[in-house]
Design a protein around this ligand. Structure first.
Ligand SMILES: O=C(O)CCC(=O)C(=O)O
Length: 260
């Protein structure tokens, strides 16, 4: 596989080997299109990001019944984002690295957000899942450009993909399962984003893990870790990067009012 190396600024850090283009890491058994990079960030970067999340001011956390989340730069209001930059620790290394990988080897190919309204993600949800806690099957909806980049931190778990039936009901069993390892990047786009639901089971253990049941088995960093078919859940934190289509320049409007 052709690849490019990312030089890390710290003497003790591992060097990452990223694919030259996403089509080298496409999850081919899934509908178009999903990509999985097992080592997207280093252990040092993972630790630094987890430290930033932990040191965010308490009001940043929204406590749901079992799960808590942070929203950067802010919550959406009526599917709109108030224009504000992402903090530097979310931009670099993740957003910059996403921008450095082309979708394919075609001469005109660009990065995964090149067709999105702002050509890069402008919004990040940080979800923390203790063992036993997941998220109900859902679609992400029309507020976002149909590309989601998920970086997993701390532990592994399975993301389940569901078909909805013609009558709108949900198939009770997931059609596909994607195993996400710590420091990995999962990208879901196009019909996989628009036509299918995704969720995470409320379980303390992912079971029946094998090449036959896990869509991205051949792209995993350490399939041997799951050779007994089990993944005992530990706290896993996810960062989901999206481009919110509708951005309101509230700051700009306030400036205009002040000038009148
Ligand atoms: O944590 C994840 O991997 C999934 C999060 C999710 O489903 C969402 O933010 O819509």
């Amino acid at each position: 596989m052709a690849c490019h190396l990312v030089d890390e600024p710290f003497a003790n850090s591992t060097t990452l080997t990223l694919p030259d283009s996403l089509d080298q890491v496409r999850i081919t058994s899934l509908p178009p299109a999903a990509y999985y990079i097992s080592d997207f960030i280093t252990e040092e970067e993972e630790k630094a990001i987890l430290d930033k999340i932990a040191s965010a001011p308490k009001p940043r956390w929204k406590q749901l019944t079992h799960r808590r989340l942070q929203t950067w730069p802010s919550d959406l209001v009526n599917n709109k984002l108030i224009d504000a930059p992402l903090p530097a620790w979310l931009n670099d290394p993740i957003v910059t690295r996403l921008g450095s990988i082309r979708v394919s080897q075609e001469p005109n190919s660009s990065d995964i957000f090149s067709n999105s309204p702002h050509q890069k993600p402008n919004h990040v949800l940080i979800n923390e899942y203790p063992p036993g806690i997941g998220i109900m099957p859902h679609k992400d909806g029309a507020a976002y450009h149909p590309v989601v980049c998920t970086v997993s931190l701390g532990a592994s778990l399975c993301l389940d993909i569901y078909k909805s039936k013609d009558n709108g009901a949900l198939d009770p069993e997931p059609t596909w399962r994607i195993l996400q390892e710590p420091r990995s990047l999962l990208i879901t786009t196009s019909t996989l984003y628009t036509d299918f639901l995704h969720g995470i089971a409320d379980t303390t253990e992912d079971i029946q893990l094998s090449r036959g049941t896990i869509a991205n088995w051949d792209l995993l960093r350490s399939p041997d870790d799951f050779s007994d078919g089990h993944n005992i859940r530990r706290t896993r934190t996810s960062l989901t990067f999206r481009d919110v289509m509708n951005v309101s320049k509230l700051g700009g409007k306030l400036g205009l009012l002040r000038r009148k």
